[in-house]
Design a binder for this molecule. Structure first.
Ligand SMILES: Cc1cc2nc3c(=O)[nH]c(=O)nc-3n(C[C@H](O)[C@H](O)[C@H](O)COP(=O)(O)O)c2cc1C
Length: 199
């Protein structure tokens, strides 16, 4: 229990502040410094603490170090070319530029193929989402800004090939972590009355 290590009201204050102040800061607003190796290890340990029915580890995270960003830029360009043969040089450059931004970048992958025990894909996706959120919250606790980014390119061959995704593996989103260049106004959240009912 958290409250064995912290008094109960500080634990609630801490958890609420952490959860309620996390916000998406898009990669174009993320700069160095990003997390160091020790911090990155802790972020992945936080991911591994997610609820995981059957303990099948239905996630995989593939880091994109700075020296592999040009390979990713090439895959983004190739994906755009596949979708739109008439894409302009400027549009191709914009697609490529997305690979170069975040100090820390990794691809979150859901493992939805055959597994033992056979946990439903929907349950596995819940576990993957929880793992991603744990990672985001830990990065946020360390003072970094974060975002998730997706896009059509994720399901295309250039990206799947670059990341060596196997059958049954689904690219979910990129995770971006770095230092925010600006303070974003706080986000208005839906009231529980909008999404909670009772039987
Ligand atoms: C799987 C996933 C993919 C996302 N991809 C994008 C994206 O490509 N571009 C973007 O602006 N936001 C993306 N988001 C972030 C959401 O837009 C964002 O979480 C939402 O607007 C709420 O803002 P908040 O994170 O500040 O609470 C993604 C979120 C998830 C869960």
């Amino acid at each position: 229990m958290v409250s064995d290590n912290m008094n109960a009201s500080s634990a609630i204050d801490f958890a609420w502040t952490l959860i309620s102040t996390r916000q998406t800061i898009l990669p174009r607003h993320l700069v160095q410094p990003g997390p160091n190796e020790e911090q990155i290890d802790l972020m992945f340990r936080a991911a591994a603490a997610a609820p995981d029915h059957g303990c099948i580890c239905p996630w995989r995270f593939i880091r994109v170090p700075l020296d592999r960003r040009e390979a990713l830029a090439g895959a983004f360009e190739a994906s755009l070319r596949e979708r739109d043969a008439s894409a302009s040089a400027q549009q191709l450059e914009q697609a490529a530029e997305k690979a170069r931004r975040s100090p820390f970048l990794c691809l979150a992958v859901a493992r939805l193929g055959p597994a033992e025990p056979a946990i439903e894909p929907m349950e596995r996706m819940v576990a993957v989402g929880a793992a991603i959120q744990n990672l985001l919250l830990l990065a946020h606790a360390m003072g970094y800004a974060t975002s998730l980014t997706g896009g059509q390119g994720l399901q295309q061959a250039p990206l799947r090939n670059l990341f060596g995704l196997q059958e049954g593996e689904h690219a979910v989103c990129f995770i971006n972590v770095g230092t925010a260049t600006y303070a974003k106004p706080s986000t208005i959240r839906p009231e529980p009355s909008h999404f909670v009912d009772s039987l």
